[in-house]
Design a protein around this ligand. Structure first.
Ligand SMILES: Cc1cc2nc3c(=O)[nH]c(=O)nc-3n(C[C@H](O)[C@H](O)[C@H](O)COP(=O)(O)OP(=O)(O)OC[C@H]3O[C@@H](n4cnc5c(N)ncnc54)[C@H](O)[C@@H]3O)c2cc1C
Length: 551
């Protein structure tokens, strides 16, 4: 077996967004960089390539053009209402949140524009929150979808890495799985691991773990940028906060590729790095089994508009604030408290056409293409987008019927252990439908639908005109079985504002830096308990930049 030796000023472990940004910044400072990744060249860019490319930015021209009045102060109130920082170790995460808010309300947009990024003009209103003004959630729309979606965010940084490689300032080490840190006299001086056999699979697919050699590389600094733990369900369950969310589900779909395996976080901890807030995580409740999977157990998240009726596994309509698009973790807890791991949407064809978006670059080929003509064709044409219609026809979690009793019978075939009572479902829908007659209502969801339509962006493309669910002219009816989908780790390696990793006692672990999801997107968890969305890519850009400037 070959054994490789190499040297660089900075070793970056992980070629996802945070690693690419860190590498670019380090190269820009004249540092030589070795960029290692356990996957092949085809997966460069990591999860960000698959992402929707949504970025949390504050008080932007896009927001102002849509009539949104945002400010750093409002964003900060929303952030802290969501984060609910309550631990002594939250000092660095909180400092990171402050610094990111400055960045998102200041330099961020211009900096990214300098790399050629542009944003879809309708700003999305994600994660509207838990119902109190000073509590969790976005008071205003802040989710800026990048033209090209995730591929548009990755592209400039991947191109810069290739340019640096061509200029001899960066060396790629694909199929290099780092297994451990080399520590000498308490200082990190390098990394060691396995060279894996070539893999020809398409981007994102699971690849072999056949070892063909080993390596030990030396560097002045090591930046860990290896992502979270969402692809490793055993680890997710190990850290699952049962006291806050209830028992971890036995079945979950995977919202991330297999390589998001959390192994490097474990290796860094074993070498002496501090990990904080590992029990804070961000998983979605609107997961679909992908009918056309790329990675194992591939799940796709619906980004729902506010009108679908949402029922727990017992068929009880969920109360506010557990409405589509409002409070991710509150809803997760509410679903599990009903004693089942799934929940149900019931909606109409009219709602699916306007309100169903699917997360991911490959599910939004129009936005990913960056071409207006494609967007207009797909979004304003007949029916839902082709990707949504494909799920409706082929997805294992969809039932379509012209009448409610046939619909519920079909839904019961998908969950025979928890059959729904069609009469009870009908009574709840009829009660809700009766609230549509007037332009005001007591039903919190109907009020929320009307509130959403007061925002021009939602009225234009995201919120169906209020109508009766049982109105045959709005049909057919659609039932969707929703699974829990693993995605993001909110905690991770404890870092200070330079990206420097700290030991469990808070002292610097010299030579070691971390960025991106493995560092809880900055500081070891700058979201606290809840995220406002768009803050994951945002955190990778920001923490990658900091680590690359200091490593
Ligand atoms: C479908 C989808 C949609 C999303 N949409 C959004 C969105 O719109 N907005 C938003 O803010 N966020 C979004 N996210 C989240 C965001 O994309 C991720 O949190 C972010 O890209 C993580 O980047 P990272 O650099 O920290 O890690 P990753 O992208 O996970 O990259 C880590 C890299 O490290 C490599 N690696 C891991 N372990 C090792 C090892 N031991 N040795 C060598 N290499 C290793 C991996 O192979 C991988 O290439 C989305 C995610 C997905 C999957």
């Amino acid at each position: 077996m070959a054994h490789l030796e190499n040297k660089a000023d900075v070793i970056v472990v992980g070629g996802g967004l945070s690693g690419l940004v860190a590498a670019h910044e380090a190269v820009s400072r004249g540092r030589s960089v070795l960029l290692l990744d356990q996957e092949g060249a085809q997966s460069l860019g990591g999860q960000a390539w698959w992402s929707l490319g949504g970025l949390f930015m504050v008080d932007t021209p896009e927001q102002r053009r849509m009539g949104i009045r945002d400010s750093r102060a409002l964003a900060a109130r929303d952030w802290y209402g969501s984060a609910q920082f309550d631990r002594p170790e939250d000092a660095n995460p909180r400092a990171y949140a402050e610094a990111y808010l400055d960045f998102a309300a200041g330099e961020m947009r211009g900096w990214l524009q300098g790399f050629g990024m542009r944003w879809f003009p309708v700003v999305g209103w994600a994660e509207r929150g838990g119902a109190l003004a000073d509590g969790h959630g976005n008071s205003v729309p802040r989710f800026h979808i990048t033209w090209g979606t995730g591929t548009g965010v990755v592209k400039p940084f991947a191109a810069l890495a290739h340019e640096a490689a061509a200029a001899g300032r960066l060396t790629f080490g694909f199929r290099h799985r780092v297994r451990g840190l080399v520590v000498e006299g308490g200082v990190v001086t390098g990394v060691e691991g396995d060279v894996l056999a070539e893999a020809q699979e398409v981007r994102g697919a699971a690849t072999n773990r056949d070892v063909t050699g080993s390596f030990r590389y030396t560097g002045e600094s090591v930046v860990i940028a290896t992502g979270g733990i969402g692809g490793n369900h055993d680890l997710v369950r190990r850290h699952w906060p049962e006291d806050r969310l209830g028992k971890a589900p036995k079945f979950m779909v995977s919202g991330v590729p297999d390589y998001v395996d959390g192994q490097m976080q474990i290796a860094a901890e074993a070498a002496g790095a501090g990990v904080i807030n590992a029990d804070r995580m961000w998983h979605y409740t609107e997961g679909l089994r992908n009918w056309d999977p790329i990675w194992p157990n591939h799940g796709i998240r619906i980004l729902p508009g506010p009108s679908s009726m949402w029922f727990d596994g017992n068929g009880k309509r969920m109360e506010a604030p557990y409405l589509p698009g409002f409070d991710t973790l509150g809803t997760l807890k509410r679903i599990l408290a009903a004693g089942h791991e799934h929940s149900w949407f019931i909606l109409t064809q009219k709602i699916i056409e306007k309100e169903f978006a699917l997360s991911g670059s490959e599910q939004n080929p129009d936005l990913t293409s960056g071409k207006w003509a494609e967007v207009l064709k797909q979004r304003l044409g007949k029916g839902a987008t082709p990707a949504v219609e494909a799920f409706k026809s082929n997805g294992a979690d969809f039932v379509v019927a012209d009448d409610l009793e046939t619909l519920v019978a079909g839904m019961n075939q998908l969950a025979p252990d928890a059959p729904l009572d069609p009469a009870a479902i009908r009574a709840q829908i009829e009660a809700r439908d009766a609230q549509i007659e007037n332009p005001y209502a007591k039903d919190a969801q109907v009020i929320a639908i009307r509130g959403a339509r007061a925002y021009r962006g939602d009225r234009l493309i995201r919120t169906a005109k209020p109508h009766r669910i049982l109105d045959p002219s709005a049909g057919p009816l659609i039932g969707v079985k929703l699974n829990i989908l693993t995605r993001k780790s909110l905690g991770g390696l404890h870092t200070d504002l330079t990206g420097q990793v700290l030991r469990p006692n808070g002292s610097p672990f010299s030579g070691l830096f971390a960025a991106g999801e493995v560092a809880g997107f900055g500081g070891g968890g700058y979201h606290g308990y809840n995220a406002l969305e768009g803050t994951f890519l945002g955190g990778c850009l920001f923490s990658g930049r900091l680590a690359g400037r200091h490593a």
